[in-house]
Design a protein around this ligand. Structure first.
Ligand SMILES: CC(C)(COP(=O)(O)OP(=O)(O)OC[C@H]1O[C@@H](n2cnc3c(N)ncnc32)[C@H](O)[C@@H]1OP(=O)(O)O)[C@@H](O)C(=O)NCCC(=O)NCCS
Length: 174
């Protein structure tokens, strides 16, 4: 069963394989699987702590909001991740929004991106968020489709001063 879970030790082997895969694919657009594999292998606990560092109860650095990481898994097989910001600040309202997601290269174009956002929206609803902002690069066709398949309503396409290409903002009412 494919589900969203809290990051945990039991996904280590598959997660490391996903990082290696993403680095070998160097697949560009939006990829954030940039961890150092040797460091992960040596101390996976550090990663697990790092991905929890903005959760409620933790002290936030200036300019950060509370957020959580969830991993999309099938059994112990890592498929991808979502980041869910509990609120927006000025920067996230402009670009970034509430939810980000990334699917490992070998699991793309099989509906996993669409499912990851759907499950993240269910989680956002549980957290009491009523309206979710999702943003993407205007030329990220896969991400646009993922958002549109989840009933994203386009606010518009924008050129930001701090970013070199146009972005799109979508809203999803929960
Ligand atoms: C964007 C991303 C999450 C899409 O994940 P995915 O698992 O391939 O998504 P899905 O399989 O649910 O595909 C959704 C739709 O987009 C289409 N699609 C996916 N990738 C595509 C691509 N590169 N080019 C064109 N269409 C694409 C799929 O064919 C599917 O089309 P359909 O609506 O006609 O069925 C994935 O490519 C990824 O992780 N990219 C790197 C990180 C990233 O860009 N994250 C988003 C930041 S906003």
């Amino acid at each position: 069963m494919v589900e969203l879970v809290s990051p945990a030790e039991r996904y280590k082997i598959s997660f490391l394989a996903a990082v290696r895969e993403a680095q070998a694919a160097a697949s560009g657009l939006g990829d954030t699987l940039t961890w150092n594999v040797d460091e992960l292998e040596a101390d996976f606990g550090k990663l697990l702590n790092d991905v929890r560092r903005y959760e409620p109860g933790k002290e936030l650095p200036e300019g950060f909001v509370h957020s959580e990481y969830r991993w999309l898994v099938d059994g112990s097989h890592y498929l991808g991740r979502v980041s869910l910001r509990y609120s927006l600040n000025e920067r996230l309202r402009e670009f970034g929004g509430h939810i980000g997601y990334e699917i490992r290269p070998s699991a793309r174009r099989q509906g996993n991106g669409t499912l990851a956002l759907k499950l993240a929206l269910e989680r956002a609803r549980e957290l009491g968020i009523e309206r979710v902002l999702v943003t993407c690069d205007a030329d990220n066709v896969g991400s646009r489709r993922v958002i549109e398949a989840n009933n994203g309503e386009l606010e518009g396409e924008f050129q930001l001063e701090c970013y070199d290409r146009p972005i799109r903002r979508y809203w999803i009412a929960l």
